[in-house]
Every structure is written in structure tokens, then in C-alpha cells.
Write a protein that binds this ligand. Structure first.
Ligand SMILES: NC(=O)c1ccc[n+]([C@@H]2O[C@H](COP(=O)([O-])OP(=O)(O)OC[C@H]3O[C@@H](n4cnc5c(N)ncnc54)[C@H](OP(=O)(O)O)[C@@H]3O)[C@@H](O)[C@H]2O)c1
Length: 380
């Protein structure tokens, strides 16, 4: 039996993770759950899975929950609570599924404690890829991606030699604005941007998918996970989201990993890796699917994708600045404070105002993150 801590159990990945664990209850048990504000859902989850403890980031919400639950379940509060539980003995696997920069420190702490990390929080590798990969090596831990694209690549690489890889091909649905001309981007509404054509996800990642920043973050994530330069990472639009990514080998052979778009599949694979467990559910029916299509992404229309390639080339703290600026810009768009089209402008402004530090320590990354947030806040 493996004990699992789910960071962000009330989120989209967190809820899917709980479903996977419930179906595999003879192998996995959720010992810790965490939330930020959604204590109503957390309370329901506590009643269902009876974790040993929970963490609520917001301290007022933590004490509210404490009043309701009494001392039946241990309740910790704040970031200190997250850092505390990931190191506990009754945790074997940490599912890192907070959204944004908030996921970085708990993920680092989990690695330092030698826990297996199932990583959904791509921002962790974007902002601190060098630091994370060196910690992973130092502590000899397993870092397994949950992102469907990276899970696909991991599956394509099973039994292959690294030196035989020609390139990784990350697929992207293209988001809701794939076919909308740039000249009509001014009229994009929040509701339209939140309507992802193939995946149901949290709000931030859904907006990132609409700007294609999500794919940019994934390119950087792939760079660190698979230790390949940007020149060997390609992005292709595949609106049906059936091929989750591909690997091309030196002899021209390609391997693709396919399946219906359901995050429970990569979550379960990350928990059971390198084993595969059965999972019931709908399967791809090729006769129903009919066709699969592919297009080159338009990096002038979706500038965020180009920005991500650019900061990857600069390296150092530049990706952390891009990530922080994006988080605040997306928040501002969702709050109705800026139009959709302004998101890349703000990110570019933050990058232009920053001088990247190469080989950054956590302190440099945190500073760069804070400065970029301040910059975008001041523009909004
Ligand atoms: N959703 C997907 O299908 C998908 C696929 C691939 C990768 N990912 C990645 O997985 C991560 C999570 O995505 P998601 O869609 O699951 O996000 P989400 O639905 O917004 O959930 C985020 C979770 O983190 C908690 N949280 C938010 N801000 C926090 C903070 N500052 N400190 C501590 N906890 C905080 C939320 O708590 P409350 O609910 O209480 O606010 C919630 O439990 C992201 O990095 C995303 O890019 C997601």
C-alpha cells in the first residue's frame, strides 16, 4: 500500500487523483489532502477518504474548518503546513498539483525528503528546472510527469536509448481560438477563453491553453524532464487531442501515445510507474474518430508560445519572470481588468525589465518572481 499526499486535492487534477485512488484502493491511500479556499469541497473529501491530515493554505479557512471538524482530523495551515506534510513518514508519493509558483517549495521539500513526486505543477520545472533536476539526482528520487504530453513521451521512451531520440513532438489542441483570426482577438471574452474544446481543467491552465502559453510552459518542462535542447522539441497542433505526444527516433521511426483525453490515465500511470494498471472506461474508436489532423502553430498569433522558446534560450531566471508575469496577467484577464490580447504584452514587458541571472538559487528565483509580479501589477 502506497500513501499519497495530494497537494491541491480540491483542484481539477486533485479531484481526478482522488478518483484514481478510489478505484485502486488496494494499492493507494490518500493520507493528506490540501486546499486553498474551497473548504466545502475539502470537507466532503475528508468525509469520503478519511485522510490523516489536511492543510488549508488560507489561515482563516483553516480555523473555520477546525470549528466544524473538531479534533477528528489534523488540520494544518499555511505554506508551513504544506512543507510539513510532504516530509512525513506516512507519505510515499506526493502528487504536486497546486497551480502556479505556489507549487515550487512543497515540491522541493518533497524531493529533499526522498519522496516520489508525481508532477502536474509544470510551473515548478519552468521556474526552477535546473535546481529541481539537480535535487532529483542528488536525492535519487523519481519525478514522474502527470501532464498528458510528458506522460506520453515517457511512455514512448520506455525501452529506448536516449541517444536514439531525434526529437520530441508535443501535441496541442490549439485551444478555443485556433481558427479565430488575430484581427478578431480584441473581442475575446472570458467565457469564450474558458471554453476549452477537448479538456476540462482549472481556470489558469485553461487560459494558458487559449494563449498557447501552456504549450510554451510544456516545452520548457520537456526540456528539463528529458534533458533535450529546444531544437529537439517541436510543437504541432492536433485539435482532436487523441495523440498526446510523439517521439521521433534517429532512423525516422515515430512512436505516438494515444488515448481519449482523460487525465485519470496519466495520473494513474504516474502513480504506478513503471507498471501499468488496468482502467475501465471509454476507449478510442477509430471508426468513430474518422480523421486526425495536424497544423504548424502560428507563433505570431499565439505570441506566448514564441516567448516561451525565447526565455528557454536565455535561461537562468528568465523563465521564472515569464511565468510570474503570466500568472498575474491571466489573473487580471479573469478579473476583467485587461483584454485577452494584452497578456503577451505584459509578459514581454516584464521580461524586458529583467536582467536574467544564470544558474539561479531558490532565492534568486523567488526575487525574480516577485519583481515580475510587481511589474505586471503596476501595469494593470
Ligand atoms: N487540470 C488539468 O487537466 C491539468 C493537466 C495537466 C497539467 N495541469 C497542471 O496541474 C496544476 C493544477 O492544475 P488544476 O487545473 O488542477 O488547477 P485548479 O483546478 O485551479 O486547482 C488548483 C489547486 O491548488 C489549490 N491552490 C490554488 N492556489 C493555491 C496556493 N496559492 N497555495 C496552495 N494551494 C493553492 C486550489 O485550492 P482551492 O480549490 O481551495 O482554491 C486547488 O486545490 C497546474 O500546474 C496545471 O498546469 C493541469
Amino acid at each position: 500500500m502506497k500513501n499519497v499526499a495530494i497537494l491541491g486535492s480540491t483542484g481539477s487534477i486533485g479531484r481526478n487523483s482522488l478518483e484514481v485512488i478510489a478505484r485502486q484502493s488496494d494499492r493507494f491511500r490518500a493520507t493528506y489532502l490540501t486546499a486553498n479556499k474551497n473548504i466545502d469541497l475539502l470537507q466532503e473529501q475528508i468525509a469520503q477518504v478519511h485522510p490523516r491530515g489536511v492543510v488549508v493554505l488560507d489561515k482563516c479557512n483553516a480555523s473555520l474548518l477546525g470549528k466544524v471538524l473538531g479534533d477528528k482530523t489534523e488540520i494544518l495551515a499555511g505554506e508551513e503546513g504544506l512543507l510539513e506534510i510532504v516530509g512525513r513518514e506516512d507519505v510515499d508519493i506526493v502528487i504536486s498539483s497546486l497551480v502556479g509558483f505556489a507549487g515550487l517549495k512543497p515540491t522541493i521539500r518533497a524531493i529533499q525528503h526522498g519522496k516520489t513526486v508525481a508532477l502536474a505543477n509544470k510551473e515548478t520545472l519552468v521556474v526552477a528546472g535546473q535546481l529541481i533536476t539537480s535535487l532529483v539526482k542528488k536525492h535519487g528520487v523519481q519525478l514522474v510527469p502527470i501532464d498528458s504530453e510528458h506522460s506520453a513521451i515517457l511512455q514512448c521512451l520506455a525501452g529506448e536509448r536516449r541517444s536514439d531520440i531525434a526529437k520530441l513532438i508535443l501535441t496541442a489542441s490549439g485551444g478555443p481560438f485556433l481558427n479565430r483570426p488575430l484581427s478578431e482577438f480584441d473581442s475575446i471574452t472570458i467565457k469564450e477563453a474558458l471554453k476549452h474544446p477537448t479538456w476540462a481543467m482549472g481556470k489558469k491552465v485553461t487560459i494558458d491553453s487559449a494563449t498557447l502559453m501552456n504549450k510554451g510552459l510544456e516545452v520548457i518542462e520537456a526540456h528539463w524532464l528529458f534533458d533535450l535542447p529546444a531544437e529537439q522539441i517541436e510543437v504541432i497542433i492536433h485539435p482532436q487531442s487523441i495523440i498526446h505526444s510523439m517521439v521521433e527516433f534517429v532512423d525516422g521511426s515515430l512512436k505516438a501515445q494515444m488515448g481519449l483525453p482523460d487525465m485519470k490515465i496519466p495520473i494513474q500511470y504516474a502513480l504506478s510507474y513503471p507498471d501499468r494498471l488496468p482502467m475501465n472506461g471509454k476507449r478510442v474508436d477509430f471508426s468513430e474518430l474518422g480523421s486526425m489532423t495536424f497544423f504548424r502553430p502560428d507563433r505570431r498569433k499565439f505570441r506566448c508560445l514564441q516567448i516561451a522558446f525565447d526565455v528557454l534560450a536565455v535561461g537562468g531566471t528568465a523563465p521564472a519572470v515569464m511565468n510570474a508575469a503570466n500568472e498575474i496577467a491571466v489573473e487580471a484577464f479573469l478579473d476583467g481588468k485587461i483584454p485577452f490580447k494584452k497578456i503577451p504584452d505584459l509578459i514581454e514587458g516584464a521580461i524586458a525589465s529583467h536582467r536574467s541571472i544564470s544558474t539561479p538559487e531558490l532565492e534568486n528565483i523567488t526575487e525574480a518572481d516577485g519583481a515580475a509580479r510587481d511589474y505586471v501589477h503596476s501595469c494593470v
